[in-house]
Design a binder for this molecule. Structure first.
Ligand code: CUK
Ligand code: CUA
Length: 658
């Protein structure tokens, strides 16, 4: 065993030395060549009980101090309501972007008026929603390739969609679907990010109005919404968006067609039984009630045609959203269904856009549909209507192949080399299988790799584009059990990095102590170009222009109009100006702070004791907040970022006279 380790070490060092040759003087080539095998490497490996496979994995994932990762991964934070940015291959967390849930470090939704307004965009009726259940991030695409400009993510709990700007990694907008209360098949973008697709999860009457549950079939409905994205404005434009009404099946995941299937979208569903619960009224549990039929329905919709139908005015406006009703969608050839085996979960379009892979939770197979077969079946009218009049295409006419993979297949990814990878929830494994093109006999299971444990989604490098990179795949596992030091009954998530260049191998276990990740996307790092500092002093990060409240050095002031007090402040290492604020009890205070620094990383934070305020004032930004000085007293405010040696002195007194 010792000799094997030694051999592996030497081999690996040789390989890395050779690989280093092409990269220039910064690589450790010289060190290895001159010094040979580091004398203590063997001892370290022995002392730590590392196997050759461990050493391999360590060398593949280690990113030396000061070096950067090759990829960004954007993973949903589940019911933390956030979006987490991770470097690959190191699996280091780079940022936890606040999206649906306030977060104090980023000063998101804790006083800052800009982010409060973003969050208010997602309010439901008169309820200020300050949490979310984020599921599926989608990077913006150009010609079916990630372009590194924007990322979108949904909130399943309240049917909302958020827009995050990758120039500054901040949430800029949240929109609420006016007709449904939960979504799931979102977010997925069309190949040029014309639209952000959002599908319903649990059907409700339009606008979640009250209707007796007995009226489920008549009154409950779902929609597939196409949120129009305007790149120049960097915003979803609700007035230019529209929905397609669909039957009250529980739509699940969606995906957008690409290349040959561009213009189409796909959402699968379960509960085509139209089951409505009632376990205390003697009915079965939901889990069996919604799983009685052998087939559910893949929804196949033509969003390009739908946009034309909208332009032609063939819609109804419902709660401010333009909706194509089911009969119009059927008449115009916008909506079709195809049977899919038992309670499917994931639907994924292959990189060439030719095939659609559906995985059924209760079926050991993945089912592959061919776009050309779907189009042929539509042309040949090989269908029979469902109970809502929607054409159900003949299964055998559209299905190309079925591959038996194992228990609980959920989600599928691709490596761009003709292979597909599907997560097997019940087997706790990753199945690698071969795509067979138009030849059903050529589809085959290749191998299975155990993961720990109960894998949900998987994400491959550039996996949802027209040209996936292969190389890396991350298994987003639902259970961690024994993998990490115990931290009580709520365990971290286990994100496992896998090397898929050959036979898939787990090379890193990453404990993530933040909400449950559902989906993730992995993008080549050089596609992004984030800014270091806002473009001009006084920048409003949300409006992306100089704030009208920007304050220059020397212009700091306190203005009073009756009991309305407005404070114009600046921050610079190491003082806040003004540093003394005199108020009267009952004043309403609006306070603007401009960070007049332009230096990279010269962030100042701000907290005000006794008020619920936490700000992040990034270099050149202007941030505003307001409060009522209802209680007299003496308060301290200070900078929360340890920005300089004299950071502790970066404070001020706020006195509220009775
Ligand atoms: S879901 Cu969580 S494992 Cu919301 Cu895409 Cu499948
Ligand atoms: Cu600014 Cu500490």
């Amino acid at each position: 065993m010792k000799r094997l380790i030694l051999l592996t070490m030497i081999l690996l060092l040789l390989v890395s030395a050779l690989a280093g040759c092409s990269k220039g003087k910064e690589t450790p080539t010289a060190v290895v060549a001159e010094g040979g095998l580091p004398a203590d490497a063997m001892a370290i490996a022995q002392e730590r009980g590392l196997t050759p496979a461990d050493i391999n994995a360590a060398l593949k994932t280690f990113v030396p101090s000061g070096k950067w990762d090759d990829y960004y991964m954007f993973t949903s934070g589940g019911h933390s309501g956030n979006l987490i940015v991770i470097g690959i291959p190191s699996m280091r967390i780079l940022k936890n972007i606040a999206v649906f849930t306030p977060e104090a470090w980023q000063g998101y939704g804790i006083g800052d008026l800009g982010s409060e307004a973003v969050l208010d965009g997602g309010n439901v009726d008169d309820v200020k929603i300050r949490m979310g259940d984020s599921h599926h991030p989608a990077l913006s695409e150009t010609a079916g390739d990630y372009d590194g400009q924007w990322v979108f993510i949904n909130d399943k709990a309240s049917a909302r969609v958020a827009v995050i700007d990758l120039r500054d990694f901040r949430t800029k907008q949240i929109v609420k679907d006016p007709n449904i209360i939960s979504n799931h098949g979102s977010t997925f973008v069309t190949p040029n990010t014309e639209y952000v697709i959002q599908g319903t999860q649990y059907a409700v009457p339009m606008g979640w109005e009250y209707a007796p549950i007995e009226n489920y079939k008549e009154e409950y409905r779902a929609v597939i919404t196409l949120w129009k994205f305007d790149r120049d404005k960097g915003r979803i434009i609700p007035e230019e968006s529209f929905s397609i009404e669909v039957p009250p099946y529980w739509q699940d995941l969606c995906d957008a067609g690409k290349l040959v299937s561009e213009g189409w979208g796909f959402c699968n569903s379960f509960n085509t039984e139209l089951f409505t619960g009632g376990n205390m009224q003697g009915n079965p549990q939901f889990e069996s009630g919604v799983s009685q039929r052998d087939m559910d329905y893949l929804h196949i919709f033509n969003w390009k045609k739908a946009a034309e139908v909208i332009a032609a005015g063939k819609y109804e406006e419902i709660n401010g959203m333009r909706v194509i009703r089911i009969p119009t969608a059927v008449e115009e050839g916008i909506l079709y269904l195809a049977p899919e085996p038992k309670s499917p979960h994931g639907v994924d379009v292959t990189p060439d856009g030719k095939y659609i892979v559906v995985a059924g939770k209760l079926d050991p197979h993945v089912t592959v549909y061919a776009m050309n077969k779907i189009e042929q079946a539509i042309a040949d009218k090989k269908w029979a209507p469902d109970e809502f009049g929607v054409p159900v295409l003949d299964f055998d006419s559209v299905m190309l192949a079925q591959v038996e993979l194992g228990l609980g297949p959920l989600h599928t990814q691709f490596d761009g080399q003709g292979n597909a990878y599907t997560s097997l929830f019940l087997d706790s494994a990753l199945a690698k299988w071969k795509l067979g093109g138009d030849d059903p006999a050529a589809y085959a299971l290749l191998e299975k790799t155990p993961v720990q444990y109960n894998v949900g989604h998987i994400a491959a490098a550039e996996g949802d584009t027209v040209s996936p990179d292969g190389k890396y795949l991350v298994a987003l596992n639902k259970w961690a059990l024994d993998r990490f030091l115990p931290v009580g009954p709520l365990l971290p998530q286990n994100l496992q990095l896998m090397d898929i260049t050959g036979s898939p191998q787990v090379i890193y276990d990453m404990a993530m102590g933040v909400g449950e990740p559902h989906y993730a996307q992995i993008v080549k790092a050089d596609k992004l170009s984030p800014i270091n500092v806002y473009p001009e002093i006084g920048w409003d990060p949300i409006e992306w222009k100089v704030s009208e409240f920007a304050t220059k050095a020397g212009e700091e002031r306190i203005e009073r109009d009756g009991n309305q007090v407005t404070i114009f402040s600046t921050s610079i290492r190491s003082h806040l100006t003004p540093d003394r604020i005199e108020l009267k009890q009952g004043d309403h205070v609006t306070w603007h702070i401009t960070n007049i620094e332009t230096a990279h990383d010269a962030v100042h934070g701000f907290q005000l004791g006794g008020q619920n305020v936490s700000l992040s004032i990034e270099p050149s930004a202007t941030v505003s907040f307001e409060f009522d000085a209802n209680n007299s007293g003496t308060y301290a405010y200070y900078c929360t970022e340890f920005c300089s040696a004299l950071h502790l002195e970066m404070m001020g007194y706020m006195l509220v006279a009775p």
